[in-house]
Write a protein that binds this ligand. Structure first.
Ligand SMILES: NC(=O)C1=CN([C@@H]2O[C@H](COP(=O)(O)OP(=O)(O)OC[C@H]3O[C@@H](n4cnc5c(N)ncnc54)[C@H](O)[C@@H]3O)[C@@H](O)[C@H]2O)C=CC1
Ligand SMILES: O=C(O)C(=O)COP(=O)(O)O
Length: 531
């Protein structure tokens, strides 16, 4: 069945066309972004949801999203998506981090000019037939200090453009290295320093718990008298009430805001104050940017839904379509190894160690890790997938570590998963043969060669005669057909393992009868996703 995508915000038609061209069913219903009840009613039908900033992806919406696999944000900010809730539900969240950055930086620069020269008010006054030439005295930008809060993609472009305007640019960004700041030709400063020195302050950080209210009343009071503040990032970064007071008192000379704490903003304390320029979240609204983000989000969502390629995901490591093709069998192997060992482990898991050797050590290991962990977690939580598994593991305090090396002898590469509990450590290794099929190659240090089967029975015992006969006898008596089997042992008379491939799931009675023979140390039916 073709995947189905809902577009619930005003995206360019390009997105719809791309989905259709890729064979994805698509419903374009931008009105749903503003109607959370209607959206909740519709969402159950869809595998993908393409949005901008109007649609709010909340835990209650996700609860109704029984088929949903991907949320694609045609834009940058994803503060309207509850990413933790999405991860828990196994829904991947992706954005388009570059498509609208130039456009948004240009808007910030335009807003800086607008507030420096009071262009909107002067324009309205001129339209009204007044000729108030002496009322609108502005300030020059040249040689003024611009304080940039957040020097990432957009902030970086703003820095570059501002330098072109001959401004002195200082930046506060804890993640900006001195080297990068040097290269950008900006001075890296602490926030207090930026507040004290800037003639203009522009914000370019995402809205997170760390940035919310970054321009609080306390911080606004630290600014230089006559400062002008530009916010084209997110409402919630600036204390609007405090700013309004400081504008009225004349401490702040002007503000230019594109984003507001509550949107759509039909009323706000900043409205109608002198020298406050407002636009209705237009930062990304150019033809060019909207084409870019629509095209990119539709391609990314299609690649994920059709080929499992992961690009620009905020809650899953990236994997290109090319990588997904090469890594596909290894991702499957990783999941099977996790599932095998997860099904064997009945006690709480403390740690998972994953060893990658040979060719696999050069692959996209974060993605493989997710697959191993998802396989392990499936036992206790059948709905877990690559997106939600690391969250579930973290919630349970499970430590995950990886090692990569290049020592493989007999195999081009292999993966070994070790699970640590209070009682023991268990490990299993596997590889991918040239036929592209995953194989288990070592269990408990014993070499075997076992393919993955949908219904398997795993037993361990002391290496004595008669084991296979007993297994065959008991299973035969209960009408369970053995399609195949494979054996391994440490040494003659030592520990031995058997893996039987069955035509169906194993009944509890059969297990009890095998246990009653006293021949087996462990009897574990194992189930794998259809292979
Ligand atoms: N008005 C609009 O229409 C648009 C608004 N935006 C907003 O702009 C924001 C920034 O976008 P990009 O530059 O593309 O993101 P980015 O991720 O490239 O840059 C953000 C920067 O903020 C820095 N940062 C994070 N926490 C910080 C903190 N506590 N203090 C100082 N710096 C901190 C990061 O280190 C990073 O360098 C987006 O998150 C979005 O909310 C983006 C596009 C359009
Ligand atoms: O990309 C972003 O972060 C934006 O804020 C743009 O929002 P929009 O898509 O115009 O609703």
């Amino acid at each position: 069945m073709a995947p189905k995508v809902l577009v619930s915000d005003k995206l360019s038609e390009t997105a719809v066309q791309i989905f259709r061209d890729r064979g994805i069913e698509v419903d374009f219903r931008p009105e749903l972004g503003k109607d959370k009840d209607a959206l909740a009613e519709a969402i159950g039908e869809y595998d993908g949801l393409a949005i901008r900033s109007a649609t709010k992806v909340t835990p209650s919406l996700l609860e109704k999203a029984t088929r949903l696999k991907v949320v694609g944000r045609a834009g940058i900010g994803t503060d309207n998506v509850d990413k933790e809730a999405a991860s828990k539900k196994g829904v991947i969240v992706m954005n388009t981090p570059f498509g609208n950055m130039i456009t948004t930086a240009e808007h910030a620069i335009a807003m800086m000019f607008a507030v420096a020269r009071q262009i909107p008010e002067a324009s309205a006054s001129t339209h009204a037939g007044k000729w108030e030439k002496s009322k609108f005295m502005g300030v020059e930008l040249t040689a003024k200090t611009l304080g940039v809060i957040g020097a990432g993609n957009i902030g970086g472009i703003v820095c570059d453009r501002a330098k072109g305007l001959k401004m002195k640019v200082i930046a506060f960004d804890p993640f900006l290295s001195e080297e990068k700041a040097d290269k950008m030709g900006v001075e890296k400063v602490e926030l207090d320093d930026l507040l004290k020195r800037s003639d203009f302050i522009t914000l370019h950080v995402p809205l997170t718990d760390g940035t919310r209210n970054i321009l609080s009343k306390e911080n606004l009071l630290k600014t230089k008298k006559g400062v002008r503040i530009i916010n084209c990032a997110r409402g919630g970064l600036v204390d609007e009430e405090a700013l309004a007071e400081l504008l009225k008192s004349g401490h702040v000379a002007g503000a230019a805001f594109d984003v507001f704490a509550v949107e759509p903003a039909t009323e706000n304390v900043l409205f109608n104050l002198p020298n406050v320029v407002c636009t209705p979240h237009l930062g990304a609204s150019t033809t060019e940017a909207q084409e870019n983000v629509a095209l990119q989000v539709a391609e990314q969502m299609s690649n994920y839904l059709l080929d499992g390629a992961v690009e620009n995901a905020l809650n899953l490591p990236s994997m290109t379509a090319e990588e997904a093709k090469v890594m596909g069998p290894w991702v499957k192997l990783a999941g099977n190894l996790g599932s095998f060992i997860g099904q064997l482990t009945d006690e709480p898991i403390k740690a998972i160690n994953i060893l990658y050797d040979g060719i696999v050590a050069d692959m996209n290991l974060p993605a493989l890790n997710c697959s191993v962990v998802a396989g392990i977690m499936k036992k206790s939580n059948p709905d877990v997938n690559m997106v939600s598994a690391p969250v579930v593991a973290k919630e349970r305090g499970i430590q995950i570590s990886t090692t990569n090396q290049d020592k493989s002898g007999a195999f081009e590469g292999y993966v070994k998963v070790t699970v640590v509990t209070d009682k023991r450590e268990r490990s299993i290794a596997g590889t991918v043969f040239s036929d592209g099929k995953p194989r288990f190659i070592q269990i408990k240090g014993i070499n075997i060669d076992a393919e993955v089967g949908e219904h398997m029975l795993y037993t361990t015992n002391e290496d004595v005669p008669g084991i296979i006969g007993t297994l065959g006898g008991v299973l035969g008596k209960h009408g369970v057909n053995i399609a195949n089997f494979t054996l391994g042992r440490a040494k003659a008379g030592g520990e031995a393992i058997a893996i039987l491939y069955l035509d169906g799931s194993l009944d509890q009675n059969v297990q009890a009868e095998l246990a009653a023979t006293g021949l087996f140390k462990q009897i574990k039916p194992l189930e794998f996703d259809a292979v």
